[in-house]
Design a protein around this ligand. Sequence first.
Ligand code: ALL
Length: 335
Amino acid sequence: MKRFTCLSILSALVLCALLAASGCSPSSGGKGAEPTSPNKPARVAKPGPYRIALVMKSLANEFFLTMQKGAEEDQKEHASEYTLICNGIKDEQDVAQQINLVEQMIAQKVDAIVIAPADSKALVGVCKRAQDADIVVVNIDNKFDDEVLKEKKIRIPFVGPDNRKGAQMAADFLASKLERDAPVAMLEGIPSAYNGQQRKLGFDDAIENAKLNLVTSQSASWEMDKANQVASSILTEHPEIQAILCANDSMALGAAAAVRAADKTGKVLICGYDGISAVEDLIRKGQILCTVQQYADRLAAFGIQYALQMLRAEIEPQDRETIVDLVTVGTLGPQ
Ligand code: ALL
């Protein structure tokens, strides 16, 4: 069995154990996320079986297809406990459609909504309406904005990784391959997504520590095509660039195509974030240096299991941190 597969299974098991333990400690101090008032103070246990809705972002992104598969597998394993409705939007920026999806789930009176919000602020209102309708809401993957949660006086637990830490891990590895002052560029996610902001900060930390020279940082909206265009123009305007740090894997794929087209594969290093299989292939081929595995398949399942615990009134809502791992040609091993 491949080394990385072993690692993944091990990490997933550790995560499962963490989340299965209802007494498990909350994520590192809540990071200033102290809610002003709890969702519904001591919930009364609801009898099952439950109807759970998973609301994702762009299903054009392999990350969310993997997430959906993981959720469906979890449902099969717990078929007597809940049924699952999976939803997603067509492109990364279709926030209105995601709000629409949540409205539909409220109208269908599901018991819980597990959501990876496309925007950290714009989805809070509709999730409050879900809570007001006595629906359990669990936030996964991309955290809601603390200020907006406070303003609306609601608490929505977050199950997901520390994106700043994860991004720094990838950028540290990339920086270890470069000299001080090396010129680099960054491709950011959608600016209104908290995880995108955190990944930028993580990249910044590593750039600062290694004293690299950040020449330009631009949003490519999480999208492969947009990243391809932005990276192509960066390579033309700044031919001295030695690396492109990408806040997700879709953008890393777009950047890798731009670097190939400029005949600079291996001369311009690329890092991504997600751990999708398409990027692992390019890491093996030497076209992308590294990515961060955030176990999309387990992420939704953890959120669902967490929602089930809330429905059974087994836990008080608290944030839970999930793990991330660096993926390089060394961790992947030979195919
Ligand atoms: C984030 C995920 C992934 C994904 C991105 C694009 O929330 O964590 O990085 O690639 O959304 O929607």
